[in-house]
Design a binder for this molecule. Sequence first.
Ligand code: GDG
Length: 457
Amino acid sequence: MSRLIVISNRVSVPKAQGAAGAQGGLAVALLAALRESRGIWFGWSGEEVEQYEGKLDIQRHDGVTTVTVDLERQDIEEYYNGYANRTLWPLFHYRIDLAEYERTFGSGYERVNEKLAEAVAPLIEPDDLVWVHDYHMIPLGKMLRDRGIANRIGFFLHIPWPPTRLFVSLPFHERLVRTMLEYDLIGFQTEEWLESFTHYIEKELGGAIDEEGCLSVDDKTVRARAFPIGIDFAEFTEAGCGSEAKAAYAQLKSSAQEKKVLIGVDRLDYSKGVEERFEGYERFLEGYPERREDVLLLQIAPPSRGEVHTYREIRERLETLSGHINGGFAEVDWVPIRYVNRGYPRSALAGLYRASAIALVTPLRDGMNLVAKEYVAAQDPEDPGVLILSRFAGAALQLEDALLVNPHSADEVSEAIRQALDMPREERVRRWKTMYANVRDEDVEWWRNRFVEALAG
Ligand code: GDG
C-alpha cells in the first residue's frame, strides 16, 4: 500500500482528541482515515507568526505524523478569513448575497496555496498518494505539478459545489476550475454536487464527459465521482457505551423530566439553518398549544470562525431569537429552548443524542452533515428517536427514511415535529433500521477506501 499524504487547511493533532470543543466533521473523518496509515498529515497550524519562513513543525502521535506551518497575519486574513470563509464558503452554500469578492482575498489565497505547496513538496516521495482536501486548497494540486510532483493527486470537496449560474458570479471562476484539471481524481459528497461541476465543465469550458466519469477539457482529463463521507462508526458507538455518555444521557433525561427532547447540534454557521429551525419550532408551539409542555428544544451551538463578522452577527441573532421565543412561551417550570453556546466532548454528545426523541438537522445547504449520521448511530434499537432532516443536506440522499423537510418552511418543520411526536414505535424502528444500516456500512473507512482505491487505480 502506498503511503498517504493528506493535505488540508487545518491539521488536528491526535493528542487533542477527546477534548471538549467544536471539532469539525473534516477533522473527525480525517483522523480516523489516517490512524491506520503510515502517512503524513500536512497543513496550517492555526497559529500566526510575525514573518512566514516555512518552518515545519513535525510531530508523531498514535501512528500519525503531522507536519504544520504557521502563517503570517496578512495570509490568514486574506486566505482563510477572506477568500475561504467570506468568498468560497458562502458562494458554495448558494449564498451569493453574503459572498465578498475582494481582489486581495483572491491573490492572498493563491499566494498561501503557493507557500503550502512549496513547504509540502519536499516531503512527497515518488510512490506516495497525495490527497488534498476542501475549498481552502482547490489550486494546490496544480501548484504541486508546477513543482514537478508527478504523483497521483486527488482532491475531495467537503462542501457543496454550486450550480453554474451562481458559480459564474465568482471573478476568475475559470482560472480556479482549470487548476482542478491537474488532479487525477476529484471527489464530491453527492451526485448532485458532481452534476453541478460537470455542468460547469460542459457549458462553460466546452468539456466532455464519458460514461466512466472522465472529464476532458482541451488536452486535460480528470475523473470525477461522488464519495459520500460517513462517520467513524466504531469509534462513535464505543464512545456511546462509556461512562461520560451514560452520565450525559442520565443528566438530560432527569432534567427533561417526562418531556420529549428535540436536539440540534451545529457549529454556529448560517448554512446550518438554526434560525429557521427556531422559527419552525416556534410555529409548532403556536400551532399546538396543548402540546407545548410535552417538549423542549436543546440546541448545542459551539461558536466557530468568531473572527468573521457574519458569524458574530448570527450569534447575536440567535441569542435574540431564542430569548424572544423563551420570553413569549416560558412558564415558571418550563423553558422551550435550552440554547447552549459551547461545545461538548464527543462521548457526551453520543449520550445526549440517545436521550433525545427527535433530532432537528435542518441545514439550508450542507455538503453531507455528519450530525444526522451520529444521531442515527446513537439510538436505542428498541426505542429509536426520529430524525428530521433537511432535504438540502447531502445526507438526505442516503438517509431517505428520515422525515425530510424544506428547512425554509416553518410550516413543514412544525408539521414534521408533530408527525415525529406521534410516530408509532414500529414505524420509528422501521425507519431507523434502514438508516442505521447505511450509517454502519457506509462509514468513514468505506469512504476512505473507496477514494484511495479510485485514486490508486
Ligand atoms: C463539513 C461540511 C460535511 C459539533 N458540535 C460539537 C461537535 N460537533 C461535531 C459533530 C460532527 C461535526 O462537529 C460537524 O460535522 P458536520 O458534517 O455536521 O458539519 P461541518 O463542520 O460543517 O463539516 C459537512 C463535513 O465537512 C465532513 O465532510 O459533512 O457537510 O460542512 O461530527 O459531532 N463535536 C464535539 N463537541 C461539540 O460540541 N466534540
